[in-house]
Design a protein around this ligand. Structure first.
Ligand SMILES: CC(C)(COP(=O)(O)OP(=O)(O)OC[C@H]1O[C@@H](n2cnc3c(N)ncnc32)[C@H](O)[C@@H]1OP(=O)(O)O)[C@@H](O)C(=O)NCCC(=O)NCCS
Length: 125
């Protein structure tokens, strides 16, 4: 199963980003995001790019499992990072039961951002 999502970073920039982060990110994701720079230098900040990347990753995951956008549960679909920076998806037991299609499968996610876009691809195999 595969899912992909692309996010227009300038669309995210126009939103109330701290409110958005609180709504869609877990505490651990917020801690990761809060370490990103807020400097803009005429282009979106690292904070905005990463927030857009989180959004893209959660949507890519939902596409891969074949459900639509599930805004109630976005902060429970956690995109965490290994020491190397590589992202991975963590799902709590409640969601794991809801998305029973995940049983016995492994989830792979990748994120990239540049030129006002954030993109994410998710494979479930
Ligand atoms: C991974 C790397 C190629 C990213 O390249 P980039 O062109 O600067 O950035 P991109 O926009 O394409 O990708 C950024 C995203 O890649 C992901 N990423 C970071 N490190 C990664 C890694 N080691 N493997 C896979 N994905 C990684 C992150 O999700 C990051 O976005 P986020 O921080 O907003 O979540 C670059 O950061 C790199 O080479 N890092 C060194 C990785 C490494 O070996 N680290 C060892 C440290 S112990």
């Amino acid at each position: 199963m595969v899912g992909v999502d692309i996010v227009d970073v300038s669309r995210i920039e126009k939103l109330e980003t701290q409110k958005l982060a609180t709504r869609i990110l877990s505490k651990q994701e917020q801690e990761y995001l809060n370490k990103k720079s807020n400097l803009t230098n005429g282009k979106p900040s690292e904070y905005i790019y990463s927030l857009a990347g989180f959004w893209a990753a959660k949507e890519a995951f939902l596409k891969a499992i074949g459900v639509g956008i599930d805004t109630d549960n976005l902060n429970q679909i956690e995109i965490l990072h290994k020491a190397s920076g590589e992202p991975y998806v963590k799902i709590n037991d409640k969601l794991f039961k809801k998305y029973s299609i995940l049983n016995g499968k492994s989830i792979h996610i990748s994120i990239s951002h540049d030129a006002n876009m954030a993109i994410s691809v998710c494979f479930i195999v």
